[in-house]
Design a protein around this ligand. Structure first.
Ligand code: ADP
Length: 614
């Protein structure tokens, strides 16, 4: 039973004030359902008693006789039967209503939790996100539904079954011989309890195995499809398939065993019930009045026995299910605590891990656009888990409209510096200001200024329009702005040649595009919301020279109108820069124009190697 309390406590934690009121309402409803359950037994007992005229002393018998008036025989059975049917109808209507409301209650909380988790993950600060990886997030989101069904729905249905069992047993205590009821209840209760206790660790193990197997299959899918070419060339297909099959087998085996385990109590209870009926018959057959007198008792014991044993079977199955889902439930609760704590408090507070934590609107009179300059002042940043700072006391200024380059050896800190300037990660010390306002106090406003083209481009399996206006609802998309962005990125002609134009589907991961086209699509995406600042992070590193020239041309045409920050692997991209910063060991070790640096900086000359001017 501890698992039930533990699960209910977790569910309670997930409820806001309104949810808690609703939950209490549901408990009242459960009690009412229990009362109807009692009523059904009392009325059934009375009905059979009134018909068999045994005079069992049940007050309901008098009620039936009152209704039946002077009627006899069939007419009486029918008239009194109508009342019985009405009671049963009410019992089942409330029963159905209760289980419907319980399910609805739980599923509504599931919607809320899924929303909060997805929003929380999308909002997790980048440095933490990179540290944790995406697999855990996917796992938690995918298993939230399973947790709700297997843990919380099961806990609620367990509650309603407990209500049924308790009320039926209490009623039987009054209606039937108390010894019978106590012995029967004890046998079935102890049977169920010992079964649950005996299989406790097995259930948990089976649940854990299922979870492990699911994780493995997901990982193998990712590895298999992501590393398809390497697997083919390395002739690794068989190994991958056998790993996959063994994970699937692990899953089905655990799943089969737990399903088998769940159906044992029902079978055992049915046999127990039949035994009880036979024993009662044997007992009554030898008593004065014989079977005739025992009829109401047997009928009620049979009916109540069926109800109780069914409820006990459901209860043990629910307890077992909660055990199997314990691990997943704990993972989900931990994820909620870290990623979406607001729903635990029932408040609209954001997590301190959220990138918009404490974000404020801009003060009146500040446009939010970059009008003068970006100022980085004495900024340092160390990644979580890292020993050395990735950026170490860096200061620099970027005037509006400038084309600025970052270069330096790999791992020197260029990308980190760019991420800091974009406001994607927060400096440990120092400030970054746009025209005097701190970008980290007004991140939403700052991000509206920034377009980013990264080293790798994510192409969604959607059409061109939705890939350029990424994340917008189709009805919100301004086609004119899409075309303008495509023209600036020199992709307009290519899209016009496609029969479907903007509606052309790009296939999964943009397989229909060449490397250069992907990069230009990414540029168009960055330009769609007409930002003031464009950041190109090694945007041309993966391209051949001709394509690089095209993309670099597209970038160069933008400078002047836009403020451009380019991180470059190939230094030729940076020839037209107003200023180049050489970043090494997290510091700016040299700065100037291309020609100045060539003359004055040995670090720069080392980077240019054979690339420099003849
Ligand atoms: P560059 O862009 O110049 O190649 P980066 O800014 O990517 O350099 O990296 C600077 C340093 O920070 C490197 O030592 C790198 O290993 C480390 N680093 C980069 N990204 C992360 C991360 N997400 N977590 C931990 N360390 C990182």
């Amino acid at each position: 039973m501890y698992i039930l309390l533990e699960t209910l406590a977790d569910l309670w934690r997930l409820l806001d004030r309104r949810g808690r009121v609703l939950a209490l309402g549901l408990v009242v409803l459960l009690i009412i359902t229990g009362m109807f359950e009692m009523g059904a037994i009392v009325f059934l007992f009375g009905y059979i008693g009134a018909l068999s005229e045994t005079g069992s002393g049940n007050p309901v018998e008098d009620l039936y006789r009152g209704i039946g008036g002077g009627l006899e025989g069939r007419a009486f059975a029918l008239a009194a039967g109508v009342l019985l049917l009405f009671v049963f109808l009410m019992k089942n209507v409330t029963g159905l209503l209760t289980s419907f409301l319980l399910l609805r209650f739980s599923m509504k909380r599931f919607e809320r939790v899924s929303e909060a988790l997805y929003a929380g993950y999308l909002g997790t600060r980048l440095e933490l996100w990179q540290q944790k990886g995406t697999a855990g997030a996917r796992q938690v989101l995918a298993s939230a539904g399973i947790v709700f069904r297997g843990s919380f729905n099961a806990a609620l249905s367990a509650l309603s079954d407990i209500a049924i069992i308790v009320t039926i047993l209490l009623t039987l205590l009054f209606v039937l011989d108390a010894r019978f009821v106590l012995i029967g209840g004890l046998v079935i209760g102890l049977g169920g309890y010992s079964f649950v206790m005996l299989t406790r660790s097995l259930s948990e193990t089976l649940g854990r195995r299922q979870l492990e197997a699911q994780k493995t299959t997901q990982m193998l899918m990712q590895e298999g499809f992501g590393g398809l070419i390497d697997i083919r060339l390395g002739d690794r297909r068989e190994t991958m398939v056998s790993r996959y099959v063994s994970a699937v087998r692990g899953f089905t085996l655990a799943d089969r065993r737990s399903a088998g385990l769940r159906s044992v109590p029902r079978a055992a209870n049915e046999v127990l019930l039949a035994t009880g009926i036979v024993m009662a018959a044997v007992y009554f057959a030898g008593r004065p009045g014989g079977m005739q007198a025992a009829l109401p008792t047997l009928a009620v014991a049979g009916f109540a026995g069926l109800r109780v044993t069914a409820a006990v079977s459901r209860l043990t199955a629910a307890l077992q299910q909660m055990r199997e889902r314990r691990e997943e439930r704990r993972l989900m609760m931990t994820a909620i605590r870290e990623t979406a704590p607001a729903i635990l408090l029932g408040e609209a507070a954001t997590s301190p891990d959220d990138y918009l934590h404490e974000d404020r609107p801009l003060p009146a009179g500040v446009s939010g656009r970059l009008e003068d300059r970006i100022a980085v002042d004495d900024v340092s940043f160390t990644y979580p888990d890292a020993d050395l700072p990735a950026i170490d006391h860096v200061s620099l200024e970027i005037p509006r409209g400038h084309f600025v380059g970052f270069c330096g050896p790999s791992g020197g800190g260029k990308s980190t510096l760019a991420r800091l300037i974009m406001g994607l990660i927060r400096p440990d010390t120092g400030t970054i200001r746009c025209d005097g306002w701190d970008i980290f106090r007004h991140l939403r406003a700052w991000h509206a200024n920034i377009g980013h083209v990264g080293q790798t481009v994510y192409i969604a399996p959607r059409n061109v329009r939705e890939n350029v206006a990424f994340g917008y609802e189709p009805r919100e998309i301004n086609d004119q702005a899409v075309w303008r962005a495509l023209e600036l990125a020199r992709l307009g002609d290519f899209i016009r040649q496609q029969p479907d134009g903007l509606a052309t589907h790009l296939g999964e991961d943009g397989v229909k595009l060449s490397g250069g086209q992907r990069q230009r699509l990414s540029i168009a995406r960055a330009l769609y919301h007409d930002p003031d600042v464009l950041v190109f992070d090694e945007a041309t590193a993966a391209l051949d020279t001709v394509t690089e020239a095209e993309v670099t041309g597209a970038i160069a045409r933008l400078s002047g109108a836009k403020t451009v920050i380019a991180i470059a692997h190939r230094l030729s991209t940076l020839r037209g820069c107003d200023r180049i910063h050489v970043v090494d060991g997290g510091r700016i070790v040299a700065e100037g124009t291309y020609r100045e640096l060539e003359r004055t900086s040995p670090e720069f000359r080392k980077l240019t190697g054979g690339e420099g001017d003849p």
